[in-house]
Design a protein around this ligand. Sequence first.
Ligand SMILES: Nc1ncnc2c1ncn2[C@@H]1O[C@H](COP(=O)(O)OP(=O)(O)OP(=O)(O)O)[C@@H](O)[C@H]1O
Length: 597
Amino acid sequence: MSTVTVPTAAGADLPARGALRALLPALAAHRAMTARTCAAALLEQGSLVALVTLAAHTVGIAVIEGRAPTAGTVTALVALVLVRALMTWREMDLSHDLAYRVLAALRVHVFDGMARSAPARVAGRRSGDLAATAMADVEALEFFYAHTTAQLLAAGTVFTGGSVLLILVEPWLLVAVLPVAALLAAAPFADAGARTVRGGRTRTAVAALSADTVETVDGLRELLAFGALAERRRTLAERGRQVGGAQRAEATWEAVAAAVRDLLIVVAVLGVVAAAAQSVTSGRLHGAWVPAAMALALSVLGPVAESARALSQAVALRTAAARVDAAVKAPALAPPPTAPRPLPPGPLGVRLHRVRFDYGGTPVLDGVDLTVRPGRTLALVGASGAGKSTCAHLLARFWDPSAGEVQLLPADGDPVDVREVNDAELRRAVVLVGQDTPLFHGTLAENLRLAAPEADDRALAEAARLCGVDRIAPLDTLVGERGATLSGGQRARIALARALLAGPRVLVLDETTAHLDNTGDAELATALRQESRTTIFIAHRPATIRRADRIAVLEDGLITEEGTWEDLTSSPDSALNRILSDTALTGHGSSPREPDQ
Ligand SMILES: Nc1ncnc2c1ncn2[C@@H]1O[C@H](COP(=O)(O)OP(=O)(O)OP(=O)(O)O)[C@@H](O)[C@H]1O
């Protein structure tokens, strides 16, 4: 096979070689079914060879010796027709069933891979491109699982069996078909590079079309608002043309390959005719056996030709296989602990100790030291792009710092590094709510229960009441996909109620209330008041910042100032005052001296 690499819409080159082989272990979970599929394919192909050979033999006997077929021969012919028909159905049924089962499992593995590497990897790739891997690439592999593995094994077995018979009957007939069989079998390997490249172009074009389509659907309102729909339509039409062009190039290549395969079969027919004629004239083969021998020689080529066609088509799927394999094997960005430590009960504070982090370039955080005692509130303040959300993501362990530690602080006892805590336990203890928390298609209640499926109706109603969700609509109201039917402020209320329902011990709010007016912001602040919970606000609004027990200012990758509102605003040169003035100027919040709500 060639060493071609295939470009993906994500921009990374994936090794094509071995990509299909890497997906074979997926069959291991279905060994019995794979074996049954192989048996059915063997019977299907073998019965056809036997049927054609016996039919030709019957004709030979009738023509040369003038004998009518016996009842036994007729019965055998009918039986072979029935076996062939039954096995054709069985093989198709089993191979598709097997393929769909493998694909269903693969989709889950792809999703698990995305979840393992989320959000960093997801953030680095367009969602439509990811969707193309989970849907189109996985779907394309149906052909590989349904039409190649079992069929190749069966074709190899049938050809070997037929060759043994030919050696016994007339070896020259085998000599006539063997070179053609070898060429047919070699063909998929000979043009593997060209097919991989062409197949890769199709998969990349499909992924780009998927990415643009998803973005278009997502941004339809903006496109409409800026009158950019016509341009977008042109882009999508161009993407469609690229997919069509790539598919046409594949089809043209396959048409040429099919013609070459047919030519090889013609050569085999001529060779078999010549070998049979020579065998009869030299007296090695009785005339009555000639049709059967020729039929056997040519019919064993059928499965080889068919397998060559299937393998060639499968080779074109190497890009799809490589994309799926890469998604399935995506490494965890926050690997699970080898020896997990349980979190002690009671309130938990947080501590960032000399934390450094970068996204692959200059460090965003360069030695952050920050402590929030259990049950206290802290406002993390900084200019746009200072790294506040990055701190929040580290607290929720979406990523691990490149140096330093992120710890949870029990009221008594030793700090626990978040890397030592089981994922499920950490997710229960630390909840992060962002500014644009997406909602899912379903009722308000279902969206709230996402965080705590086991929550009873009373807890649900209480969380909804605290955050004013019950004033938006009854809890059994359907919200559109991503909460399209709700305002930004309403979505914030739901996101917060959802977080409270989960009962976190550490709550991180990343500009969650930015969409709310001052009254709504103050209302939610009241809802959040709870002695034992540690809360970290990332906010630009002075009133929100002022409510926190302490305020920390993040600048140049470091905490440059920390203290109470009074401490930090009393000095006119303080970083907080500067940031609040900038915020007021940029319209993020009200005036720096805005009274508490
Ligand atoms: N997934 C990512 N990949 C690469 N760079 C990123 C990623 N996320 C954030 N950054 C960069 O890291 C820096 C800090 O971003 P971050 O979102 O943490 O800032 P922030 O203080 O929360 O900003 P804002 O107040 O505007 O939300 C920015 O320069 C940003 O461009």
